[in-house]
Design a binder for this molecule. Structure first.
Ligand SMILES: Nc1nc2c(c(=O)[nH]1)N[C@H]1C(S)=C(S)[C@@H](COP(=O)(O)O)O[C@H]1N2
Ligand SMILES: [Mo]
Length: 309
């Protein structure tokens, strides 16, 4: 990969989340409740998700064009190129069982759409920064991971959440390759219950297409993109730090925390700037991908950890 090194660019004004929008969020969410979105579910059945969901005014921006973002993806289950959308058509995201287990009140299995139907959906525009030094801006629909944690009722001993992608080499040809399948990721409970952590069910105002990780994927925008695991089939609460797919594949290059930091280079390239996919631009990378006001406190006292790889 060819990386152009540029330093010292200023962060532009429109990249900073305005404080007044932050303060407005509560009223925005109250407003969506007032529209009665929770009231149209037939008794005893899950509410089927409707798109587009109400936009959260705290997370705005100008999205990467949809035809660009949906044709430039990492989804190694469907090959090592950015053209995963072709092979990903083989995935059948419905019906889709999700196992929720480990250190919780009552382990259970649930149909993805039933789980989604129990949650409050909203739309958020997030920046996505891949560890390969490119970025996009994507309008996701989903529910806060915090809602799922509250639904699962973890015991006090649960310190981490481990996420696992489906494993089906007949459907996902990439899973016949040498990688340590299935794809696994993890967060601490504190990270998972941070307001930014989103379980994604839709994108560009529609139900999630396969290539984006249907029917349910994680989005943690202050971390490198590989943390945002796609097509989740199992969610486990544990007291031990899970070993992730990329840690197992390349422990010298990828770690558990993977917080974005322009000052900490990847062993093979700089992270100082990023290619803005769909444009001819590069821009300077921001610490925590610009989300430090929400997440920097999570890492107080953890300075001895490799927080940025
Ligand atoms: N299961 C799974 N999840 C995954 C990946 C993958 O290969 N398999 N790639 C990751 C990487 S490296 C990135 S940058 C993002 C890309 O998300 P997008 O295609 O929705 O933009 O998904 C992440 N989640
Ligand atoms: Mo990535």
């Amino acid at each position: 990969m060819n990386i152009i090194h540029r330093k010292g660019w200023e962060i532009s004004e429109r990249d900073v989340t305005p404080e007044h929008l932050f303060l407005n969020r509560r009223s925005v969410l109250k407003g969506s409740a007032a529209l009665g979105l929770g009231a149209i579910a037939p008794a005893g059945s899950a509410l089927s998700a409707t798109y587009p969901a109400p936009a959260n005014a705290k997370f705005t921006g100008t999205p990467t064009p949809e035809d660009v973002a949906s044709r430039y993806n990492n989804f190694y289950e469907f090959g090592l190129t950015k053209r995963a959308f072709v092979a990903a058509e083989a995935l059948k995201p419905r019906p889709w069982r999700i196992k929720v287990d480990g250190l919780i009140d009552k382990p259970f299995e649930i149909e993805a759409d039933d789980l989604i139907g129990k949650m409050t959906l909203e739309e958020r525009i997030y920046r996505l920064r891949c560890v390969e030094a490119w970025s996009m801006v994507i309008p996701w629909t989903g529910f806060t991971l915090k809602q799922l944690v509250e639904f699962a009722k973890p015991s006090a001993s649960a310190k981490y959440i481990r996420f696992e992608t489906f494993f089906d080499p007949k459907v996902a040809s990439g899973q016949r390759s040498f990688f340590p399948w299935p794809y696994v990721e993890g967060l601490t409970i504190e990270e998972a219950t941070n307001d930014l952590s989103l379980m994604v069910t839709g994108v560009y105002g529609k139900q999630l297409p396969n290539v984006f990780g249907a029917p349910l994927r994680l989005m943690v925008p202050w971390k490198y993109g590989f943390k945002s695991i796609k097509s989740i089939s199992r969610i486990s609460f544990t007291d031990t730090r899970p070993q992730t797919f990329w840690e197992a594949a390349g422990p010298g290059e990828y770690g558990f925390w993977a917080n974005v930091n322009p000052q900490v280079p990847h062993p093979r390239w700089s992270q100082a700037s990023e290619e803005v996919v769909g444009t001819a631009d590069r821009k300077p990378t921001q610490i925590f991908n610009g989300y430090g006001e929400f997440v920097a406190d999570l890492y107080k006292g953890l300075e001895g950890e490799k927080l940025y790889m």
